[in-house]
Structures are given as C-alpha cells and as structure tokens.
Design a protein around this ligand. Structure first.
Ligand code: NAP
Length: 311
C-alpha cells in the first residue's frame, strides 16, 4: 500500500476502487501537512504547497492539485525536487463557463436587486422603468485570457448576439473562425468591452491587472466579471469605482483572501458576489477528484501523469 495524503473534503466524491492500493491519510483543509513518508498529495486550491511543505515530504513524487489553477503550488520548488505537479483541466470548463454566464446575466439584468426587492416585500407591481438592465445584443464581450474557459464563455456569447474581442498571449484561429472573435491588445480590450470577463491564471504578470488605472479606462457602464482568480483584481480599487458610479456592475466568484471579501467590496453597490462555485456541479466535482487521483495512480505505477502542468 502506498501512503498518500488526500484532502478530506474530497472523500464523498471518490469511489473505493479509485483508491485501490493507496493508504490514504484524509487531511482536512485547515490542518497543516506534517512531516512524513507520503508519496503523493491531493490538495484543494486553498492549501499552499511550497518549499517548506515539500521539505517535510521527502518521498513525495506528485502534487495532484484538485483544480485547474495551480497558483497554490510552488511549481519551481516542486520541479527542483523532481516532484510532478498535475491539475484538472477540461472537466470543469463547461461548469465554469456556465457560471460566468450566470454572473454576466445577473449583472446585466440586475437580478440581485430584483430578488432583494421581492424578498423585502417592496415590489409594487409592473412598472415600465422598474430595474432596467443592459440589452446584450450588439454589445461587446471582452475576454482576458482565451484558453479553455475563456473560449467556452466566448462560444456561449454567439447566440446572445455579442461581438467578441479577446486578449491572450497567442492567437486562437479556430476560436476566431467559429465565433468571429478578434484578438486585440490589452488597451483596446479595456476601452472597447461592455462586459470584461477575466479568464487568465494568477501569475506575476496578471496579479492586480485590474487596478485604479485600468478601472478608469473601462467604460463607465461596463460590467466586470471574474471567475479566474481573485488576485487579478485590486479589490479596494474596484469597490471605490463601484461606490463612485464609475463602473456598471461587478460579478465575482473569486477573491484575494478567500473566504474573506474586502469589506468595502462586500458593501459596494451593483455587485453579484458568489462563494467560489465556478466548478461546483455534482458531475464536475466528481470528475475533478477522479482525475486528481488517477494522476496519483498513474505516477505511482511508473506511468506518465495524465494532466501535468509542465513537461
Ligand atoms: P487555460 O486554458 O490555461 O487558459 C488561460 C488563458 O490565459 C490562455 O488563453 C492564456 O494565453 C491566457 N494568459 C495567461 N497569461 C496571460 C497574460 N499574462 N496575458 C494574457 N493572457 C494570458 O486555463 P483555463 O482552463 O481556461 O482556466 C483559466 C483560469 O480559470 C484558471 O487558471 C483558474 O485560475 C480559473 N478557474 C476558476 C474556477 C472557479 O471555480 N471560479 C474554475 C476553473 C478555473 P495563451 O493561450 O496564449 O497561453
């Protein structure tokens, strides 16, 4: 039996046959990794796996992150120790793209304000100017990052009649052909988007990319959506822009210091704030857990990992 650590929160998503041959230590997310002989770890995205964690696990062969983003893993430190790092791409693309659209539509049609009105028993009947929102047809959707999820969000935009622009490091000819999307530079993405949706990973280049300066270049009625990673946005700057009426709305699923949300942002007007549920469907969460453990099984059997983050 091979000793492995798996996030305790994944227990209900895994079947016994997926764990064959593994001696599992189920580690809750709030408990630190101790020193030990474990050969694999399956962490949630909330667990930082860096140099000191890797040092405590001298026999470790794989970090099988249960997420597509892997900014919670020090990949350089892992590579230096010849520890493989894997993630869970593809299986969460549709779920996360669907949730992005949930945020876009909720912002455009002021769904939170509408629910609040009904709940507060303040709705006085149909009125021609009650809670007027933004019509999508003919407007421009800007995607920052057009990988798996960004493209899936863009493909869903076609039947809504949106024009699509995107910024990514490399062109996406298939995506452009299928959707009519145009690749633009960051500056045009900011100034031309009616809806700006973030789909790039958290890296030193992308952290804080939405800040006081870039917010000031967005259209004053633009909708900002973030289902990527919280630290792409400077939360206080966003709160100030919303307070000052310099932004149409913000729909967010991710935050810099989860589960804490900057108090000024939590209190700001015209927000739709979700608790990081981008991939939260029954099917997707089972598939994510399955892929993470399948990566562990492959590597411990001497085979190549299924979804490595570097080769
Ligand atoms: P992906 O396929 O790797 O796509 C990432 C995209 O970002 C690519 O188009 C990439 O450009 C672009 N990019 C990277 N660095 C950039 C930069 N500096 N400037 C401009 N573009 C840049 O990843 P994915 O599967 O779509 O996932 C995207 C992110 O979503 C993940 O990293 C994760 O953090 C987040 N996520 C969140 C949830 C949630 O629950 N809310 C769920 C799943 C994923 P190139 O293609 O040119 O390299």
């Amino acid at each position: 039996m091979k000793p492995v650590i798996i996030a305790a929160e994944l227990r209900g998503l895994l079947e016994p046959d997926q764990l064959a041959g593994l001696e599992v230590t189920w580690l809750p997310a709030d408990q630190p990794v101790g020193k030990g002989e474990w050969v694999a770890i399956v962490p949630l995205l909330s667990r930082w796996v860096g140099g000191s964690e890797l040092k405590r696990l001298p026999n470790l062969r794989i970090v099988a992150n249960c997420a597509v983003g892997y900014d919670n893993v020090d990949v350089v430190a892992a590579e230096m120790r010849k520890v493989i790092v894997t993630n869970t791409p593809d299986v969460l693309t549709d779920a996360t793209a669907d949730l992005t659209w949930t945020l876009i539509l909720a912002c455009a049609r002021r769904v939170v304000e509408a629910i609040d009105l009904v709940r507060a028993e303040e709705w006085r009947g149909w009125h021609p100017e009650l809670l007027l929102g933004v019509e999508l047809r003919g407007r421009t959707l800007g995607l920052f990052g057009a990988g798996r999820i960004g493209q899936a969000v863009g493909r869903r935009a076609v039947p809504f009649g949106l024009r699509i622009i995107y910024a990514a490091r490399t062109p996406k000819p298939d995506f452009e052909r299928d959707t009519g999307a145009t690749r633009v530079d960051w500056s045009r993405l900011l100034t031309e988007s009616d809806i700006l949706s973030l789909h790039a990973p958290s890296t030193p280049e992308t952290k804080g990319i939405i800040n006081t300066d870039t917010l000031s270049r967005l259209k004053p009625d633009a909708i900002l959506v973030n289902t990527a990673r919280g630290d792409l946005i400077r939360e206080e700057a966003l709160a100030i822009a919303l307070e000052a009426g310099r932004l149409g709305a913000a729909g967010l699923d991710v935050y810099t210091e989860e589960p804490t949300i900057h108090p000024r942002l939590r209190a700001a007007p015209r927000t739709v704030l979700l608790p990081h549920i981008g991939s939260a469907t029954h099917d997707t969460r089972r598939k994510m857990a399955a892929i993470a453990v399948a990566n562990v099984q492959a590597v411990l059997a001497g085979q190549p990992p299924l979804t490595p983050v570097y080769r």
